[in-house]
Design a protein around this ligand. Sequence first.
Ligand SMILES: NC(=O)c1ccc[n+]([C@@H]2O[C@H](COP(=O)([O-])OP(=O)(O)OC[C@H]3O[C@@H](n4cnc5c(N)ncnc54)[C@H](OP(=O)(O)O)[C@@H]3O)[C@@H](O)[C@H]2O)c1
Length: 338
Amino acid sequence: MPANKQILLDNRPVGEASTSNFRLTSTETPELRDGQVLVKHHFLSLDPYMRGRMNDSKSYAVPQALGQVMGGGTVGEVVDSKSPKFRAGDMVVGMGGWQQYSVFDAEQLGALRKVDTTKVPLSYYLGAVGMPGVTAWYGLVRIIEPQAGQTVVVSAATGAVGSAFVALAKARGCRVVGVAGGPDKIAYAVDELGFDACMDYKQHRDAASLTAALKEACPQGIDGYFENVGGMVLDAVMPRMNDFGRIALCGMIAGYDGKPLPMTYPALILMSRLKIQGFIVSEHMEVWPEALNELAGHVASGKLKPRETIAQGLEAAPEAFLGLLKGKNVGKQLVKLI
Ligand SMILES: NC(=O)c1ccc[n+]([C@@H]2O[C@H](COP(=O)([O-])OP(=O)(O)OC[C@H]3O[C@@H](n4cnc5c(N)ncnc54)[C@H](OP(=O)(O)O)[C@@H]3O)[C@@H](O)[C@H]2O)c1
């Protein structure tokens, strides 16, 4: 059986995560039992939720066990199968974790899904046509429920979720405004992703200054806000929300290292009669087929042209993950494992 390099969570971070929280190890892949499938991973997905799992505290994801392989989404190829459901050569997506190979129980519902790579590149099943894309879809379609002509705003605009969000919102006839960090990301958002405008939050010393910039970019106010960040950005958006506006609370990455993120203007929820709803995409599996179908269609038609930031080799995963938390990625952060 092939050797399998793995990255384990060695110890929990105190404050910021660091590479010393992880440990590289190697083991042999086990012999397959009946019903099992061996998958060779081509790409590993790195996602912000993994930071929450590194802590042993209440989060939307259960804590990652110490000494165990870091969990994570993977796409790859079936290389051996003792299940009638999968054959060697099938391309699949699953939660294989931070390792080169994984063994799946093919009978476990939803554990492993075959994917069609004729129109959609394999890696996109971890991004635009995968969990981040469905996340954008759920927050936009089910929580913000936009009408054509309305203005919607998304933070972390050029990331995996944000770049799917703009394609989905443009398809519904919205004015779409982003918030992202740095001039390169702003240019990419407007020139390539199709945002009507994008605000560079790093150019604003405080929330009031960003609110003023949003007033110019959103002259009709904001009807829907897709929140990925929290803190200063949320404080800047809230005063520009229209009456009966909707906020899909998807992520609060500015606080993932444990820093408290107070909300400065909660009274605006009442005054503007806002709906604010948090959600976890994995709790809404009923929308995935519809959402994935729409996302794959936008990729095939060229309306959704996601970028990827790809680190090479499993050993590069910890650095790439820490980079994602600091905004070094543009688009979906992946690790190429072959
Ligand atoms: N609720 C769910 O089910 C669910 C599912 C998937 C993802 N999420 C959440 O969705 C958000 C986006 O995820 P993603 O996979 O698309 O990640 P991503 O946007 O590809 O990468 C994270 C981005 O967050 C931004 N960021 C990091 N620290 C920041 C800070 N202090 N202030 C402002 N921005 C900061 C950076 O962009 P800039 O350089 O532009 O700052 C960075 O590139 C995350 O909060 C994630 O936890 C939630």
